[in-house]
Design a binder for this molecule. Structure first.
Ligand code: HEM
Length: 473
């Protein structure tokens, strides 16, 4: 081999070694948390997505927490990440939105939702969207308007379910969540639409985490196509509604159309993306939570008996058992709330919440460099045996004795701080109403499916199928 060739090979080896060294030892003005950056480019992505078949914390996170302690560093999808299961630090980080940290989404998610633009008016827009959602899905709206509408929707839904030989809970619950959300948002009537919105959302959801290969036949391609089709439906509705001389729907879209006269950022494109996004955040988590609840109740019939007793007692206290649920009755559903909390505790859809450090952040003597992602692993805190004894057991009674401080720092299924879920109360009301109608009017049994898989998002290996029938037939 010639000297020149040897020199080129030597240079290549030096460059590659230096690149690997830099990858493994990223720059930091301080000491990085312990951990490994894995292989160049892919980091530890492959280890993270190895499936596990339990409700327990993903083995990727569990193993590293045991090895490195409550805060460790890693690299996922080419991004440096600090993972934290330190309750005090996590609580602190979630209060730092806009100051030390900002929200961070996976690249594809950001692309689809056009978050990557880093708009200077981002904080103003976030406040607008948050207020809009709280205005229409918050406690006041629930009390005065939505509770009765949700009960009506649940009654219709369960009646339809009971007419079928069996139902796939996740899919049918997704339809219910989308119909309910879309009704509040743009008075959507599925009977009048030629497009099946549930199908579009399910395909979109599958593609979000698929390999980004945009060729016909792939999940990613279908995801982008169905995203576009759903946006087209929403754009058509927006145009139609804006053309009305007197639009008095009183829904989210009505509110936005009024604001479009004064808010420059509310372009047609932004409005349809916003409606799509709001509906997306509501449908997947609600349908997964309801499926988890059916799974856990089927495995723990004594919990179901106590749930039934609570709702039958509500019927007995009523002058007319057929009258609609009142707000006071909803507020009295203590055990139901325990069941919902316990389901959310065990069934966190994602391992945690993602943020990006805007500045260097100090934690337990370590430094998280600016630009790194921070993952607050709420799932690990929710399964911490020091707070939740026998953490993998489905035990709603435990909520009776938990201390407020333990709950606020170890249980955050709806996030925390300024980005806390704007649909949390709406979700609790919808689920409570659902259980009320279910246990007082119907009986049900599991047929099959419902085993979970975490990779690391929570999914079901086979769809959970149940059979529902009316009680008094
Ligand atoms: C069981 C059901 C639900 C769960 C577990 C859930 C969970 C969450 C979580 C963890 C966050 C915070 C994300 C972060 O901090 O990065 C969030 C944010 C949000 N959720 Fe939910 N969610 C649920 C249902 C809903 C529903 C039904 C709606 C709509 C009505 C909704 C609307 C929102 C909105 C608008 C935000 C963003 C809030 C902000 O940035 O200010 N969610 N949700």
């Amino acid at each position: 081999m010639s000297t020149a060739a040897l020199c080129v090979i030597a240079l290549l080896v030096i460059c590659i070694s230096s690149w690997i060294y830099k990858w493994r030892n990223p720059k930091c003005h301080g000491t990085l948390p312990p951990g490994s950056m894995g292989l160049p480019l892919i980091g530890e992505t492959l280890q993270l997505i190895i499936p596990s078949y339990s409700l327990d914390v993903s083995p990727f996170i569990k193993y590293r927490l045991q090895r490195y302690g409550q805060v460790f560093r890693t690299s996922v999808a080419g991004r440096p990440v600090v993972v934290s299961a330190d309750p005090e630090f996590n609580h602190f980080i979630l209060q730092q939105e806009g100051r030390l940290v900002e929200s961070w989404y996976l690249d594809l998610f950001a692309k689809v939702f056009k978050q990557g633009e880093n708009r200077p008016d981002g904080a103003y827009i976030h406040k607008y969207v948050r207020n809009l959602a709280l205005n229409h899905f918050g406690a006041e709206s629930l009390k005065t308007k939505l509770l009765s509408q949700l009960e009506e929707l649940v009654n219709t839904t369960l009646k339809t379910w009971s007419c079928q030989d069996s139902i796939e809970v996740k899919r049918t619950a997704a339809t219910m969540a989308i119909q309910s959300g879309a009704k509040q948002m743009f008075s959507y009537d599925p009977e009048k639409s030629s497009v099946d919105l549930t199908e579009k959302y399910i395909n979109f959801s599958k593609g979000l985490l698929a390999f980004p290969l945009n060729i016909p036949g792939t999940a990613y391609h279908r995801c982008l196509q169905d995203h576009k089709k759903a946006l087209d439906v929403m754009l058509e509705i927006l145009k139609e509604r804006r053309g009305l001389a007197d639009d008095d729907h009183g829904d989210v879209l009505h509110h936005i159309i009024q604001d479009m006269k004064t808010e420059n950022f509310l372009t047609d494109e932004f409005v349809v993306q916003l409606m799509f996004g709001l509906l997306y955040v509501s449908f997947d988590s609600l349908s997964t939570t309801l499926t988890m609840a059916f799974k856990l109740l089927a495995e723990n019939p004594f919990v179901f008996d106590e749930l039934t007793a609570e709702h039958e007692a509500i019927l007995k206290r009523r002058a007319n058992p057929d009258s609609p649920i009142t707000w006071e009755e909803y507020k009295s559903m203590t055990f139901t709330l325990y069941v919902i909390n316990e389901t959310l505790r065990l069934g966190s859809v994602a391992p945690g919440l993602l943020r990006r450090a805007k500045k260097d952040i100090q934690v337990n003597g370590y430094t998280i460099p600016a630009g790194w992602a921070v993952m607050v692993v709420s799932s690990a805190l929710q399964l911490n045996p020091n707070t939740f004894e026998n953490p993998l057991a489905f035990n709603p009674w435990r909520w009776k004795d938990l201390k407020v401080n333990d709950i606020s720092k170890h249980f955050m299924p709806f996030g925390g701080g300024m980005k806390q879920c704007a649909g949390a109360e709406y979700s609790r009301v919808l689920l409570s109403t659902f259980f009320h109608v279910l246990v007082t009017k119907y009986r049900w049994k599991k047929i099959d499916g419902g085993d979970v898989v975490r990779s690391p998002m929570l999914k079901f290996r086979k769809p959970l199928r149940i059979k529902i029938s009316e009680k008094h037939i």
